[in-house]
Design a protein around this ligand. Structure first.
Ligand code: PLP
Length: 437
């Protein structure tokens, strides 16, 4: 068994306990595959992250990135902590509104926002981070139509290499996001916007990537952003009120990875901002952060029932569980590692090598390869760790498998916060055309 994080326990029956609930009982009560979210851990992660910045800078807004997990219960927990929201679609924006997060405490990002989405954002005073020149024109028209000024910033591309998977590295010059800084495009965007009537230019934003466990790229990002902020002030006389460094703080997924403490990131980033504010005579800006993964990843596990095992001479045995790439696509998509244990044998020695497969008809449908587990038997309960971020959010109905249910646990209480999809849910939007009836 690996060293479990402190929010997990093991009970006298040798079962994994999360949020005071026995994982085996949760699986029996709610079925599998089942996402389980530990409310207290979400709160702890948020508080630690928030405190790291608030203790170092006078004005901070932590906007939880809903794309990591936009479940209403999760959003409600974070709203009750005072979090703002980073949204990347109109529906995420609606989720944030539904749980009581005010539009003024939201930022709207993305490289293609639709007109209805932009209208919703302008109506609710959401800070829109504009991605390209055409979008700037569109937002100005939307603002005119709505009869309200749009609060905007620009997503800029600071050209920073991040040590992460290429699919989630977003700060490189060739990435699809934002305005190029080096060529002067970003400065030009501010110049154009400053002449527009229905536009209020208030911020600047970048997001350099996700799952970053090194503070250096964040520090470099802050340096590049602050250099641009100073240039915008000197050349255009625009003082930006919001400096948004995006999200990206990672979480250790493998037993070898070490955490990057948010305090360390805050320390290095705030030093850069402080120095720049002092040297350039800038008014104190509000620092916006958009963490997703850090807040929710390790607060959730996926429980999956073992169906069969299969022996293959000379290679690890296979164990098939009822959650596959439909429930958790990260291993198939990014080759991501998620630690796996057997929840009902958590104290037993992991003595045997297995490949852990899902139930779908694809060779890519696995949750882990060459994993040491106890001698697994049909009916055992596998637990896949650190699945809270981009787990259920990226799940699908591949091979007409219903998406898993999710429960929230806290101090021994468990309640369903997302029902399990049914066959009816799967087909209720399908239609057979009249000529085939
Ligand atoms: C613009 C933006 N902000 C925030 C995030 C959240 O990133 P993370 O979950 O790594 O903190 C993302 C994730 O892709 C993003 O694209």
């Amino acid at each position: 068994m690996l060293m479990l994080k402190p929010h997990f326990k093991v009970n006298a029956r040798g079962h994994l306990v999360i949020g005071g609930c026995d994982a085996v009982e949760l699986a029996e009560r709610f079925g599998t595959p089942l996402y389980v979210v530990d409310e207290q851990r979400v709160r702890e992660n948020y508080r630690r992250f928030h405190r790291a910045f608030v203790e170092r800078w006078p004005s901070v807004l932590v906007c939880y990135a809903l794309k990591a997990n936009s479940n209403l219960a999760v959003c409600k927990v974070l709203q009750s902590e005072g979090a703002g929201a980073e949204v990347s679609s109109g529906n995420e924006l609606q989720n944030a509104l539904k749980v009581g997060i005010q539009g003024e405490r939201m930022v709207f990002n993305g490289n293609y926002k639709t007109i209805p989405e932009l209208e919703l954002a302008v109506i609710n005073n959401v800070l829109i981070n504009i991605d390209n020149f055409q979008e700037l024109e569109t937002v100005a028209q939307v603002a005119l139509h709505v009869g309200k000024k749009a609060r905007i910033g620009f997503r800029v591309n600071p050209d920073i290499k991040t040590p992460t998977h290429p699919y989630i590295a977003t700060g490189l010059r060739e990435s699809k996001f934002g305005f190029d800084v080096a060529s002067g495009q970003a400065l030009d965007a501010y110049k154009r916007a400053s002449r527009m009537k229905n536009i209020e230019v208030v911020g600047i934003q970048a997001h350099i990537g996700s799952q970053i466990l090194d503070a250096a790229p964040f520090e470099e990002e802050a340096k590049r952003l602050m250099a641009l902020v100073a240039e915008i002030k000197d050349r255009l006389g625009i003082y930006l009120q919001f400096i948004d460094l995006g999200g990206g703080l990672g979480t250790p997924y493998t037993p070898e990875e070490r955490e990057l403490p948010p305090e360390q990131v805050a320390e290095r980033v705030v030093k850069v901002i402080e120095k720049s504010v002092e040297e350039k005579g800038l008014p104190t800006p509000t620092l916006i952060l958009e963490p997703g993964r850090y807040i929710i990843a390790d607060a959730s596990v996926l429980l999956a029932r073992v169906g069969h095992t299969k022996h293959r001479p000379g290679v690890p045995d296979w164990v098939a569980v009822d959650a596959g790439m439909n429930a958790l696509i990260r291993p198939a998509l990014y080759g991501a590692y998620h630690h796996i244990e057997i929840a009902n044998r958590i104290t037993e020695e992991n003595s045997k090598l297995f490949n852990v497969a899902g139930p779908l008809c694809e060779s890519g449908d696995f949750l882990g390869k060459r994993r040491k587990l106890p001698p697994v038997e049909p009916g055992d309960l596998a637990v896949i760790f650190d699945v809270g971020a981009y787990g259920l959010a990226m799940s699908s109905q591949h091979t007409a498998k219903p998406r898993p249910a999710m429960v929230l646990v806290n101090s021994g209480k468990a309640e369903l916060v997302r029902g399990r999809e049914t066959y009816e849910d799967l087909i209720h939007l399908d239609r057979i055309p009249s000529w085939l009836e």
